[in-house]
Design a protein around this ligand. Structure first.
Ligand SMILES: Cc1ncc(COP(=O)(O)O)c(C=O)c1O
Length: 449
């Protein structure tokens, strides 16, 4: 419980009890928020930031001050990308309606999207569109439970899969006051900083097997293993990549399915093709999509193997008033086109590598950097009080995040111990953006030390 009486936890959250310490304009906006918005919301940073405009990899405050955005993955092809803006505008002028009429756009996009998958999803995938990642995961779980006749769900220890009643029940990262389903089981995340590759390889599948047995003992059985392939809320773990396949095999042998939650890792973020799961050499039964799919316009969805979707579709139906509307689809199509036309996946790989090299160099000079890890433009820097003990240092991490904010560079933190700086910029991040970020981090660490 913090000073404002707020329970639970969230990385990099502004503490409302400190509002009186803010400067005039910021304080009055924080107070206005408190007067009209429910206290379910959290602001970022010790000094919350007002933004009024975005362009490319930059955000601007009311005075026109530029901030480098090294955090927002949703605007993957860049803030206010003119092609997305134009596509949304044109479609809104023509028509915006639901999926119960024949329309070309949704068919073009679904064909295009399905063509990006290999394996079973490429051969026999079928798409459903939603507005949010939570809805996509909620539907994926309904499908999993329906087709398997089981209800157990296995997740990683600090997973986040969304905000509906069903998916908050499989999201332990919401904290101890947010109830988990009695049919939810957790397994250790692949903590590559504290566990060896062998320990992860053997431990992950062993944990999954143990939880399957427990679910069976309780009469639930396992309906699904659901995993975010970049383990973002667990602390960002990109390697090793050989532990997931045996776990998926164990789940399938017990009658369950594998859901890859690509809300974070999808659409090129990992720099290795479009889909994060492919780095792990597994073929999901369902993938769920969201966040960067429409470059900020609400569009999300899932792609599932035909036999599953056929059974679910035969026995029940799914309608989402706004999901798959023409404007959402126009945003999604423009975003996918731009990803390809501007070579953003290749760029993400190159710039991500540059950042990793720069961070490893900083680690030779700054002893509180315990670990540097990631792939593409999903990068984590873990801060510790001393390297020998690997003791997480959340307070130092908060100083780093806020120090960067005060140097006009935006990141946040993540992980079980809130000690991992999360670097997850738009894929449009350039080499000079990377240099600016690294220089600012060097400066912040120098000042702290
Ligand atoms: C891995 C993952 N899945 C699902 C969601 C939920 O998506 P949304 O906020 O669009 O409902 C999130 C959101 O942060 C996420 O990180």
């Amino acid at each position: 419980v913090n000073a404002a009486g707020v329970r639970g936890k969230m990385n990099n959250a502004f503490d409302p009890s400190r509002a009186s310490g803010l400067s005039g304009a910021t304080r009055s906006m924080v107070e206005r928020r408190a007067a009209v918005l429910a206290p379910t919301y959290r602001l970022f940073y010790e000094e919350p930031l007002e933004v009024v405009r975005g362009s490319g990899t930059h955000l601007y405050d009311r005075d026109g001050v530029e901030y480098l955005d090294a955090y927002n993955n949703v605007v993957s092809v860049g803030h206010a990308h003119p092609r997305v803006v134009a596509a949304v505008h044109e479609q809104m002028k023509a028509l915006c309606t639901h999926t119960r009429y024949l329309q070309d756009g949704i068919l073009d996009y679904a064909e295009d999207l399905l063509g990006t998958f290999s394996g079973p999803l490429g051969a026999e995938g079928r798409a459903v569109f939603t507005c949010t990642g939570s809805e996509a995961n909620d539907l994926a779980l309904r499908v999993a439970k329906h087709v398997t006749g089981r209800r157990g769900v296995i997740v990683t220890a600090e997973a986040y899969h969304g905000n509906s009643d069903l998916v908050s029940g499989i999201s332990p990262s919401l904290g101890e006051y947010s109830p988990l389903g009695t049919w939810t089981r957790q397994v250790r995340a692949p903590d590559s900083y504290r566990l060896s590759a062998d320990e992860i390889r053997e431990g992950f599948v062993a944990d999954v097997r143990h939880q399957i047995a427990d679910l069976e003992r309780h009469g639930d059985g396992v309906a699904a293993l659901i995993v975010d392939p970049i383990f973002s809320s667990d602390g960002i773990y990109a390697t090793p990549t050989d532990f997931l396949a045996p776990a998926v095999e164990a789940v399938r042998a017990a009658g369950g399915i594998f859901i890859a939650d690509e809300v974070q890792s999808g659409f090129g973020r990992t720099g290795a093709g479009l889909w994060g799961y492919s780095r792990h050499g597994v073929d999901p039964d369902i993938v769920t999509l969201g966040k960067p799919m429409g470059n900020g316009f609400p569009v999300a969805g899932l792609v599932g193997r035909l036999p599953l979707m056929e059974t679910f579709g035969r026995d029940t139906r799914y309608f989402n008033t706004f999901g798959g509307n023409g404007v959402a689809i126009a945003a999604a199509q423009a975003t996918l086109d731009i990803l390809r036309d501007e070579g953003l996946i290749e760029r993400c790989e190159t710039v991500g590598r540059l950042i990793l090299v720069g961070l490893h160099e900083l680690a030779t000079r700054h002893e509180h950097i315990g670990d540097v890890r990631g792939t593409g433009l999903y990068i984590g820097v873990e801060f510790v009080s001393e390297r020998a003990s690997r003791q997480a240092d959340a307070a130092l991490t908060a100083q780093v995040v806020n120090g960067l904010r005060n140097r006009y560079v935006l990141v946040s933190s993540t992980g079980r111990f809130a000690n991992v700086v999360k670097i997850r910029p738009p894929l449009a991040f350039s080499e000079s953006d990377a240099t600016r970020f690294l220089d600012a981090l060097d400066d912040v660490l120098g000042a702290i030390e």
